[in-house]
Design a protein around this ligand. Sequence first.
Ligand code: NAP
Length: 472
Amino acid sequence: MATAASDHPLLIGGASVETGEWSDVRSPYSGTTVGRIAKGGAAEARSALDAAEHAMREPLPAHERARILDATARLLEGRLEEAAQIISAEAGKPLKAARVEAQRAVSTYTFAAVEARKLGGEMVPMDASPAGAGKLAFTLRLPIGIVGAISPFNFPLNLVAHKIAPALAAGCAVVLKPASTTPLSALFLARLEEEAGLPAGWINVVSGSAGAIGDVLVEDERVKLITFTGSGDVGWGIAERAHRKRVKLELGNATPAIVCSDAPPGTAAKLAANAFSFAGQSCISVQRIFVVHDAWEEFVAEFLPAVQALRVGDPADPDTDVGPVIAESERDRILEWVRTSEGEVLTGGELTADGVIRPTVIARPAPTDRVQCEEVFGPVVTLTGVANLGEAIAGANATRYGLQAAIFSRDLPTCLRAAQELEFGGVTVNEVPTFRADQMPYGGVKASGNTKEGPAWAVREMTEERLVVLQL
Ligand code: NAP
């Protein structure tokens, strides 16, 4: 049977693969079908591994990998609007945020190409010990092997780029399992890589049953590294089962920002503008703001109107700031968390006529409220007054998460103290904690993960060092 234009087969070994079953990809805003994706499972995951194994038998030299990565960046640059439309349609991401994501993916590819060009080993100073006399030693950096990549829905293009571009830079073939809600951005990107000249089998996209595909990636010995971005339950579960592989986890956060009395002017407006982008569905969305008492009145007076001024609604409208969350079940969960908070809802906490959660601000939640101690992953921000910096840092750290945090103050010692004492993988100073540039080392501690992404860091994870010793 001919496939309709909106039907998307899987990509395995360079071939478009149908499976006889299709899953609808729906707009989280309108519920309309934006496309159908072939539904894969264990069998397709195994064929993808066969294809990846076959591809890696003929290694691609570094200059060729770099050329393909650069060419992918250029192709994407020429189709940014198309990419943004796909992201917006399937993820419900406001178009303006989707455009930023597409542009960032160009940057991710460009940095990965640089890494492919400079990937190399190190000389070992053998004459530094008597045992090394008369010897020369160096390391080679070799591709670790097939990479299994599992990606989430919230940055369906750029977080896929952060997995598949460094893997190619390192010389590894990939089997990618994108989020079931947002597989089309991933397929789009994989197709661009092929158009850029990537030979068959180096990138394979298998969407479908998460458990079945995930089990194959965990159990098959040909997969040497799993790179996972998503929720902690799934991620740490994979790490527990795949104990003989490298498992790289990028997980959630309950992102704090500390606002001191000497915060730069405009801090409240800046936080308001950022906290609700993509309806709070970023792992580093501002969720918990700790305001030092002296600053409380002024902060709230500036923050609330800025939140209320955000445009809420259809993500396809280029003026929309805040769109829907990914699914009705998530919407209900978030509203339930708001309802059960002991804090005072200052604004929001309800749906618009078209069913979108209004940006919600809760003052003085109890420390045990789910909106305060869990990751909301929705358009909800809490405000907590604190007596001093020490209390603010203690509050920010009172979470099992540790991805990114922010401090706003014009006092350097205050900022440096926060940078040292906040137990997070990254601390931003006078910048929203949501800030990420794609060359940064980005990743969490505690329950938030165990790795750093950013091409320079990811490429190293995806390689193995081999020592070579020469007797002269
Ligand atoms: P999720 O539900 O954990 O899903 C992530 C991916 O894992 C999806 O592809 C999902 O497939 C797959 N998956 C689910 N069960 C699996 C299993 N048993 N075996 C293998 N794969 C499985 O997370 P999400 O809701 O998409 O994303 C939200 C979470 O990601 C939040 O916690 C957020 O903070 C985190 N996140 C972290 C970062 C970071 O860089 N640290 C960035 C973005 C998001 P299906 O879609 O088919 O279920």
